[in-house]
Design a binder for this molecule. Structure first.
Ligand SMILES: [Zn+2]
Length: 82
């Protein structure tokens, strides 16, 4: 997926930044840190990159299959890429 340069919502400039992905699941809150996203400098809308999307899908699947339940909140940190 090509990197977004302009915000589809307001036409503002998009910046590639790290964000945090949080979702509710039957195992509790899942928070994944350091996710790549294109974020609008004007309205703040966030679009996750395709890679980030895929990564999240995998992690969430793993959590739900492995039945991680010792913590209310499972936090995963993405290995920093160059
Ligand atoms: Zn915008």
């Amino acid at each position: 997926m090509p990197r977004l340069k302009k915000c589809p919502d307001c036409g503002g400039k998009m910046e590639r930044r790290k964000t945090k992905f949080i979702m509710e699941s039957e195992k509790g809150l899942i928070a994944i840190e350091s996710i790549d996203a294109d974020i609008c400098t004007i309205c703040g809308v966030e679009y996750l990159t395709a890679e980030a999307d895929e990564y999240i899908e995998k992690i969430v699947e793993k959590i739900l299959i492995k039945k991680i339940q010792s913590h209310q909140e499972a936090v995963f940190r993405v290995a920093e890429e160059a």
